[in-house]
Structure formats: C-alpha cells, structure tokens
Design a protein around this ligand. Structure first.
Ligand code: ADP
Ligand code: MG
Length: 256
C-alpha cells in the first residue's frame, strides 16, 4: 500500500517540479541496473533485499520477474520506478541516474517516464474513469480538451469507451485494471512496471489484461512484469528469477 500511495503523491508532486534534470546520456537500454544493492534497516538489523543485481532492459523488451515471496521482486520494481534509491550501485532509467535526483525530480520522472500498474488497481476513488486516465497529463501542460480526448481514446482501446464517466467503485475489478492500464499508457512512458497485475482478478479477466499488455508491447512499450505465475510469465520474452535478492537464472523464452 505504501508504494501505491507514494505513486499517487508523486503525480501531485510533479505539478510542483518544474525543472527537468534528464541528462542526454545515451544508452540503448531503457533501464540499466549496475551492481545494485538495497539494504533495509529493520529494528537495528540490516536486511539485504537486493544483493548486487545487474540488469538491462532493452527498449521494446518484455521481461517477467519471478521468485518466492521476500526474494526482492517489489524492491526491484520500486528502484526502477524511482520510488526508492539503492544503497549502492546505479539505477539508470531513460538516461537518468535515479539516485542523483531530488524527491521532486524523482516524482517528475515517475509521472512522465514510468507507467505503473498495481495488483490493487489503485485508481483515485473520487475521479471518474476518464479523469483517472487524464490525470498524468494534467501535470504535463496538456490542455483539458486534449487530455479528455486522449483519455477517451485510450479507454476505448481497452474496451471501456462506454464507461468514461463511471467511478472506480462502479466498475468491476477487471474494468478497474483496464482503466489503470489506460492511465499507465497515457503519458507514453518509457517503461511500464506491473506488479502482479492479474493478482486480484479472475482467470478470464487476467487473460484479457495480459492481452492488453501484449498489445502495449507490440506497440513498442517496454514492460517489466512481476508475477508468481509461470503461465503469466510466459507472455514475456524473458524471465528473471530472483531468490534471496539475487538473480539466480535469466531465461530467454522461445520465439524471440
Ligand atoms: P517480494 O516482492 O519478492 O516479496 P520484497 O522486495 O518486498 O520481496 O522484499 C525483499 C526483502 O526486503 C524481504 O526480506 C522484505 O522483508 C524486505 N523489505 C522490503 N521492504 C522493506 C522495508 N521497507 N523495510 C524493511 N524491510 C523490507
Ligand atoms: Mg512483492
């Protein structure tokens, strides 16, 4: 929950972060982690959540992360999503070294460069579907009319063209997740981060959500997906297996 809240807060922080600190450092990878270690302090004891992980996500790739509970999957996603910074090592997202950014700059990076999809959908409860999807654009200087046009078009793409004015609570779980996918795509992010996006929906709805992610990837979006399910992970081009904070296997799937 903490991280979902942070993301939402980030959208608002962006309104205040006026300067961009994106460097023009060129890299073929959308995301590059080099010797990343993340330690948490838990009651005076240090817990190593990630232990010298190096990883590169090429533009247009589709990567799944699997591993038992506590293996560091969410920590990895939070570091790439600029919700947190590494203890040592570097995280570069879209040419920007995340650890050099201020809080406000990280919030801006989250809003403009990263699309988040969560297990719990995490829509703004008082905003309609179209307002939820348009929200990221309101911090990017896009006019109100244009925001609504883009949001309506994306909602139509995910099959919700007739649900624009519904509130989240008036939508099924699957519909809410489709709104969340539209919201994740609206700012044309460099990477989509999805943490167990099918965890709270039935199998059939899960298949529909995976189809939407596949379409996003076919359209050139780079995707990093955390899942417990081998069947879900097999939608990706490759699977990274985490255990105790280490990458223990990098698997490339057939047909790539
Ligand atoms: P996963 O998502 O694979 O279940 P996490 O990345 O959430 O794993 O956690 C990895 C390890 O780091 C676990 O041992 C977890 O208890 C610990 N951890 C994660 N977040 C925190 C935190 N904010 N404070 C202390 N320990 C944490
Ligand atoms: Mg997790």
């Amino acid at each position: 929950m903490k991280n979902e809240t942070l993301t939402m807060v980030g959208l608002y922080e962006m309104a205040m972060a006026s300067t961009s600190s994106r460097s023009s450092m060129s890299t073929s990878a959308v995301v590059a982690l080099t010797d990343v270690q993340k330690e948490y302090d838990r009651g005076g004891t240090s817990v190593t959540a990630l232990d010298t992980v190096s990883l590169s996500l090429p533009a247009g790739s589709y990567t799944a992360v699997m591993g038992p509970s506590g293996s560091g999957k969410s920590t990895l996603l939070n570091l790439i999503g600029a919700l947190d910074t590494p203890t040592t090592g570097s995280v570069v997202v879209d040419g920007t070294t995340v650890s050099t950014l201020s809080e406000a700059e990280r919030a801006e990076l989250r809003g403009t460069t990263i699309g988040f999809i969560f297990q719990t959908f995490n829509l703004m409860p008082r905003l309609t579907a179209i307002e939820n999807v348009a929200l990221p654009l309101s911090f990017m200087g896009v006019s109100r009319g244009e925001r609504r046009d883009q949001a309506a078009s994306l909602l139509a793409d995910v099959g919700l063209g007739d649900r624009l004015e519904h509130l989240p609570r008036e939508l099924s779980g699957g519909q809410q997740q489709r709104v969340a996918i539209a919201r994740a795509l609206v700012a044309d992010p460099s990477i989509i981060l999805a943490d167990e996006p099918t965890g709270n929906v039935d199998t059939e709805t899960g298949a529909e959500i995976m189809e939407l992610l596949q379409t996003a990837n076919d359209n050139g979006n780079t995707i990093l997906l955390v899942t417990h399910s081998r069947r879900i992970a097999e939608h990706a081009d490759r699977i990274i297996h985490l255990q105790d904070g280490d990458i223990i296997e990098r698997e490339r799937l057939d047909g790539v």
